[in-house]
Design a protein around this ligand. Sequence first.
Ligand code: DHE
Length: 581
Amino acid sequence: MRRRHSALLAFLLATSMLAAPAFAQKLPTPEELKAHETTPGKRYEPSLDVLREQEMKKPGVEEGIPTLTDEEWAIANTIYFERCAGCHGTLRKGATGKPLTPDVTREKGYEYLKAFITYGSPAGMPNWGTSGELTEREVDIMARYLLNEPVAPPEWGMKEMRDSWKVLVPVDQRPTKPMHDIDIDNLFSVTLRDIGEVALIDGNTYEVVARIKTGYAVHISRFSKSGRYLYTVGRDGLINLIDLWMNPPQTVAQVKIGIEARSVDSSKFEGWEDRYAIAGAYWPPHYVILDGLTLEPLRIESTRGYTYDTEEYHPEPRVASIVSSHWGPEFVVNVKETGHILLVDYSDINALKVTKIESERFLHDGGFDSTKRYFLVAANARNRIAVVDLKERRLVALIDSRGDRPHPGRGANFVHPKYGPVWATSHLGDETITIIGTDPEGHPEYAWKVVQTLEGQGGGSLFVKTHPNSRHLYVDTPLNPEPEISSSVAVFDIDNLEAGYEVLPIGEWSGIAEGQRRVVHGEFNKQGTEIWFSVWNAKNQESAIVVVDDRTLKPKKVIKFDGLITPTGKFNVYNTRFDIY
Ligand code: DHE
């Protein structure tokens, strides 16, 4: 313990956090140690756990630079891509975190790096050592790793994509009508994260219709405008095209569009329904336009370029959320690190027109307002919401979200009794739920302003949800450190928001006693009468989906089946297809 404290003192002095030399005589107080702890919200950064599996060549020996054995090198790469690259960048050139290139790290030196990794910093670096997440040996390995030259992960271009592309059932061999009588519009595609599958569950009978092998840890499911096709994206960049007309529904095409990916969608503008798909990658930093019916990769566009504000070159701007405009033949592509919202016109992909809208850095997730004319996206590390008008194709507002790290998912649209149509988001870092006016015509005085904030159960929220047929606003908190909060959701009565929230103990309702029981991602059925929540436990523990009756706020059904492992996102065909949320 004493050794740790003296290393911390050296570190605090080196980082000028302690000004008075007299203070250096004392050991840090518990409050000072506490200030270096990092909240769960700040840990919610990309984990590049597919890149961590790539073999990356060890750099050559350099005089005066500590070396690593092959075993240590492999450990360091795994840790770096899993825990560090999200903030410091795949190439160590910086993202939300500082650059860790050798010119920087060698100047700081081994002792400094070791202390920094051990204790973290109030600016957001987690205290990996004192939290027990990294052992002393691992901290030592990481400090030496950072003194060495960074590795460059492989690129993934058209050749690799085409080599990975498979059409399993050609278009002319697919059915011409649905081959079953399932209510396709009320199906839910449920991510079974850690086993690389989605389960299709019938929203009327709660029966599992199919379990389909997909990429690893499917991040989202999106449906074609016709409702026939389901597109999934794995973290490993594998896109599956699933034909819901087949009996049972099955994958008809696949392509791997990159090494780390999170987003996919398909063309929705009138006349272009189901024609194209688009997928965005974290690594390599690019988006790809695909044939909507076969997934043939047609066009790759890099996002490498300059930040919107300081115009510095960024070598790896990740593609975050993508939505498909209903107002024109355009995809809306959000580029995280440079802060550009791209409107990619797909009407002629051989002469691609891209409108580059400057907004804010660190764009992440977002959704439409109720008219679908406006798209609202969180620049989460900047606590702002950018609003784009897809009719006039311009930025209309940048709004301070009034909380720490907005995380809307797609957000929640409802008609507020006083402010008219509004959109809501919760936050990762605190309990704030922010409500923004979205009706410039009917309620111009409230449009693009924060009209109200509510207090939810606490930080660690990922998703809010409601439905046009519901008068409830649901707020999850799966990343909250308190088990009672992470295993329950808060629900507000939209007609009486001031009354505060009611807590739904979803984890308890699931009947599961063991594990962390994180309750995540509410999704309504087609009718808007039920909302489904995942009870997300560890891979070796029992998980469940709890269906809540929206009218009574009581549990209606607990879905469990063999293989219901790590359920996370759930996507109802009808609501996702028409962007109803
Ligand atoms: Fe997500 C949406 C990225 C962690 C479940 N997540 C998104 C989107 C992005 C993203 C860019 C928007 C996609 C779109 O609309 O096109 N998510 C990231 C990350 O970078 C992050 C922080 C860390 C990582 O390495 O992935 C992350 N996400 C998580 C989780 O830990 C969750 C809970 C479980 C998991 O799969 O890892 C999770 N993210 C989701 C879900 C959505 C999502 C369910 C879709 C919400 C919706 O309703 O549309």
